[in-house]
Ligand binder design. Structure first.
Ligand SMILES: Nc1ncnc2c1ncn2[C@@H]1O[C@H](COP(=O)(O)OP(=O)(O)OP(=O)(O)O)[C@@H](O)[C@H]1O
Ligand SMILES: [Mg+2]
Length: 480
């Protein structure tokens, strides 16, 4: 989703005064260097350019000789209904400008032109075009079933995820991404940012548990020189650095309660008070939080603020486990094979049928990350051109009780308790997923089928962050 390979956006200037065109082109090449400026002295020529070129924005005089600006405007929109057109109007022609807006012009500026405000209007117009363009691309990708951003996967659960990511990206709400380890939570956070209107602004990923507890507050919110011993200079903090963009607080369940309180304030007031500062400052950052923890249990234990939880989970995105999207395993495996071939400069050709079967039968407690690692390892160690099942170093059977590398020879024995928990975890996931698939996500029916009480089943689903909606046909809906 980077813009580095994209051609520069093109601005088309239309005016029948050649001097004005030359003057504006010169000014814009300095003020808006990321634009290519094309000019046209007539409406007819402008239409020709709009037909042939990929124009992002048109700045056009409304009073032109041969073809009146309103007529040109209509014809431009016949060619490209979403093109952003800004009209230039002279003194005494405001009514014409109003008419132009009614007929689909996006904005107007009045002559004599004031360059600062004109530049601002053009920048906003470009943002609009960029957004419309991104939405258009996304619509066509979703329509064609093509995955969003770097995601691979075509299963119904992934398709639902793509749609929910898009809905979330179109809004400014706080998003809570939930899912087990290795399911793609970070990828998902990046996709929400990349598809949002903030995509050109910074995306900041904060791995909360990686920052020592006593530093987390100052790292997030910043401090002023002298706020505490060792604060020798002002420090903006991660929130300020992310201003205008998106911040993702990874593993939010692990942050201490005092930092949770401060975070709640940021969410409520959209302002930040740096340590040692007298006043708060407004801030415009979209917050995404992700976790694989059971936040509800943490709330019951008093380790997570309930009010913060409700603020965060305005939109909840649940990542499916790899087991739930196991029909995507061949696709994902080939994707990771291609990546590993590049990383390791290898020429492995592919998987044998047996290898793919083994991959599909495995239960993947470590989810997509585990699959990626298994394939990297196979590419590295497999001596043959085609990867066969024995090179994968995994057992095809359901739950392996915790032998790290899963091959007798180089087995790494996990502590008994950890191994048993892994095994139970895999079993429960598999059981509940099959059950819910059978009941089409209907929890009451699933409870009857499994001879569990509804409450007991819900508790298990909660503990394993399994969402019944993922097994329904309709898309996952917004939480509030
Ligand atoms: N659907 C997918 N398609 C392609 N690659 C994926 C997909 N999901 C995850 N990955 C890749 O798998 C790896 C793990 O994903 P990610 O780091 O986003 O998971 P996570 O849920 O944040 O894991 P953890 O809880 O361990 O931090 C990454 O290399 C990511 O690029
Ligand atoms: Mg992660």
């Amino acid at each position: 989703m980077t813009d580095t390979h994209l051609p520069l956006p093109q601005l088309l200037l239309v005016d029948d005064e050649p001097d004005l065109l030359t003057g504006l082109k010169r000014s814009f090449s300095k003020r808006l260097p990321h634009l290519t400026v094309l000019t046209s002295a007539s409406g007819r020529e402008a239409l020709d350019i709009v037909t042939k070129e990929d124009i992002s924005l048109v700045l056009m005089d409304i009073m032109m000789g041969e073809m009146n600006g309103l007529e040109v405007l209509d014809r431009i929109h016949n060619i490209n209904p979403e093109l952003t057109v800004i009209i230039m109007t002279g003194y005494g022609t405001i009514e014409l400008a109003v008419d132009a807006i009614r007929r689909g012009a996006w904005d107007f500026v009045t002559k004599p032109l004031e360059l600062d405000s004109l530049t601002r209007t053009l920048t906003k117009g470009l943002e609009r075009s960029h957004l419309l363009n991104e939405n258009k691309k996304l619509r066509s990708r979703i329509g064609s079933g093509e995955p969003v951003t770097d995601f691979v996967g075509q299963s119904p659960a992934m398709q639902r995820l793509y749609r929910t990511i898009q809905t979330s990206a179109n809004s400014e709400y706080t998003v809570l991404i939930r899912g087990a380890s290795g399911t793609g939570k970070e990828l998902c956070a990046k996709a929400v940012h990349a598809l949002s209107k903030r995509s050109r602004k910074p995306f900041t990923m904060v791995n909360c548990p990686a920052i020592p507890e006593h530093l987390l507050e100052s790292e997030l919110f910043g401090y002023r020189k002298g706020a505490f011993t060792g604060a020798v200079r002002d420090h903006a903090g991660l929130f300020f650095q992310a201003n205008g963009g998106t911040i993702c607080l990874d593993e939010i369940g692990d942050i201490p309660v005092n930092v949770q309180t401060k975070l709640l304030r940021v969410l409520q007031e959209q302002e930040i008070k740096q340590l040692g500062a007298d006043t708060s400052s407004k801030i415009d950052v979209r917050i995404i939080a992700s976790t694989n923890a059971d936040l509800e249990s943490k709330i019951n234990e008093g380790k997570f603020r309930e009010d913060l939880f409700y603020r965060l989970e305005v939109l909840t995105l649940r990542m499916p486990s790899l087991f739930e999207i196991r029909e995507d395993i061949p696709l994902l495996a080939n994707h990771f094979l291609k990546k590993a071939r590049k990383e390791l400069n290898s020429s492995k050709k592919g998987f044998s049928k047996r290898a793919l079967e083994t991959l599909c039968k495995h239960t993947w407690p470590g989810n997509i990350r585990e699959l990626q690692n298994v394939i990297r390892r196979a590419v590295l160690f497999c001596p043959d051109p085609v990867i066969d099942s024995q090179h994968l170093m995994i057992e095809s059977s359901v739950p392996n009780p915790g032998i790290g590398l899963r091959q007798e020879t180089d087995a790494e024995i996990l502590p008994y308790k950890e191994a048993k928990n892994n095994c139970l975890d895999s079993f429960t996931r598999q059981y509940i997923s099959t059950l819910l698939r059978k009941s089409n996500g209907n929890v009451s029916l699933a409870a009857r089928l499994s001879h569990l009480s509804r409450a007991a089943l819900q508790k298990i689903m909660h503990r394993h962050t399994i969402d019944g909606n993922q097994f329904r046909e309709q898309p996952i809906s917004l939480q509030k």
